[in-house]
Write a protein that binds this ligand. Structure first.
Ligand SMILES: CC(C)(COP(=O)(O)OP(=O)(O)OC[C@H]1O[C@@H](n2cnc3c(N)ncnc32)[C@H](O)[C@@H]1OP(=O)(O)O)[C@@H](O)C(=O)NCCC(=O)NCCS
Length: 162
């Protein structure tokens, strides 16, 4: 059986990742966006690979003891095979060992596959961000309190803020 590899993304991976971006999103990140993320000192970016194929990836930012997942994607031809869950759970397992206490992400309200994936990996809904995306779709802010904050993450509603 081919071995699955999860490792940090480098510049040589970006052309393939850009192809997956264009196939996956109506508003994909540009090659320049991807390069900027790889060069950021506060970014941690991972891919999942099998044989020579890049299957998917996650672009994240680390701020002190928190991680924000800014982009999480599995190539269309490899979806529903469990790779998204493997990548996500591997990242969660790793960051537990490096003192990250909470992970955040935003997901489109209508993105059922992603909502189900994140829920199944322990993410909870914190609030709905009305009209969060440029096309007007609501965003759902989710977090996974993997190991630190007890009772400090009260459920909030950004809709209620002035
Ligand atoms: C969301 C995404 C990453 C899921 O990746 P994946 O590798 O297909 O997911 P997995 O096969 O690991 O599935 C894990 C769980 O997610 C849920 N899930 C995944 N795809 C689903 C679908 N099409 N419909 C319903 N649930 C789905 C299921 O709960 C699944 O568990 P199960 O197979 O035991 O039922 C993938 O669909 C994707 O890249 N979509 C396009 C980019 C995107 O929307 N990214 C998220 C941005 S926030």
């Amino acid at each position: 059986m081919e071995k699955i590899i999860i490792r940090e993304i480098n510049c040589l991976d970006l052309d393939t990742i850009f192809d997956i971006e264009k196939d996956s999103y109506s508003n994909p990140w540009t090659l320049n966006d991807l390069e900027t993320e790889v060069q950021n000192s506060f970014s941690k970016n991972y891919l999942i690979k099998k044989s020579k194929n890049i299957i998917g990836y996650a672009f994240t930012h680390i701020v002190i003891d928190q991680m924000q997942i800014n982009n999480f994607c599995i190539s269309e031809k490899f979806r529903r095979c469990g790779y998204g869950k493997i990548l996500l759970n591997s990242i969660l397992a790793y960051i537990r060992t490096v003192n990250i206490k909470c992970v955040y992400l935003d997901v489109r309200e209508g993105n059922i596959p992603a909502l189900k994936l994140y829920s199944s990996s322990g993410f909870k809904i914190d609030c709905i961000r009305k009209n969060y995306y440029s096309d007007g779709e609501n965003g759902i802010l989710m977090s996974n309190n993997i190991g630190g904050y007890t009772d400090t993450l009260s459920t909030c509603s950004i809709e209620q803020l002035p």
